[in-house]
Design a protein around this ligand. Structure first.
Ligand code: SF4
Length: 235
């Protein structure tokens, strides 16, 4: 299946606020993502799942490949400085047999974002191999913030100390809002989960590649019990 992309000019999601978003077809997800295959993926249930399936099945030219996405951006005429959450569903395009992120395609996507003067950020669950980390690092240095989704606080701390914007998930009942680990790495719980009226549009922490803290998400949504149980078993 060719990779498909869909731009939403103004999200109606309460947590993100009225930012622009992109979803990518499900073939961009790594097969070994811990949230995949019933592991609690947020995009695999609720309204996002319906939109995601429609995109997978779409045959519209504007949904097809980076060129189609470029057409959607041209049509949307977004205001410069608009925050863009890339991959409300999906991940970065990659080779399915090796899991290698397709750096050339991601570079083309970043060029679209640059040309449209938006502020793009995303998260990736792809394996943190040398190749993939080099692609991620290139994006982060060039203005497309790609957060590494890490499977544990320890891993997120290590990758943060190695210069990568990193995030991790904690159980739903974790009440911490901010702390440091034994290495001095700072952790901040997503402010949209701890403060009323906070949105990604106002916060923008995840769009800052050189921020001073790991961003932590409390497991939430319909699959929060499943995710919390998996984290507690792993811990
Ligand atoms: S930390 Fe900020 S930008 Fe990141 S998801 Fe939470 S509210 Fe959005």
């Amino acid at each position: 299946m060719i990779t498909k992309f869909q731009l939403t000019k103004k999200s109606s999601n309460r947590k993100t606020g009225p930012i622009a978003t992109v979803r990518s077809s499900s073939n961009t997800c790594p097969a070994d993502c811990p949230f995949n295959n019933g592991g609690g993926c947020y995009a695999a249930s609720g309204p996002e799942a319906i939109w995601w399936k429609r995109l997978d099945e779409s045959e519209k030219p504007e949904h097809t490949g980076w060129l189609g996405l470029s057409d959607q951006f041209r049509e949307a005429k977004l205001t410069p400085g608009t925050l863009l959450r890339v991959n409300t569903a999906g991940d970065l395009p990659h080779l399915p047999n090796t899991g290698e992120i397709l750096g050339n395609v991601v570079d083309l996507l970043r060029a679209i974002f640059e040309a449209n003067e938006v502020v793009p950020f995303t998260y990736t669950h792809h394996r943190q191999t040398e190749h993939n980390l080099s692609v991620v690092d290139r994006q982060n240095r060039a203005g497309f913030t790609v957060n590494l989704s890490c499977d544990s606080e320890e891993r997120a701390s290590m990758m943060h100390r190695r210069g990568f914007p990193s995030v991790c998930v904690v159980p739903a009942d974790d009440t911490r809002t901010g702390w440091r680990d034994e290495h001095g790495t700072k952790f901040v719980t997503c402010p949209a989960q701890t403060r009323d009226e906070m949105t990604c549009d106002r916060c923008r922490l995840c769009s800052k590649a050189n921020r001073g803290a790991v961003v932590v998400f409390r497991a939430h949504g319909a699959k929060r019990k499943k995710i919390s149980a998996r984290l507690e078993t792993a811990g």
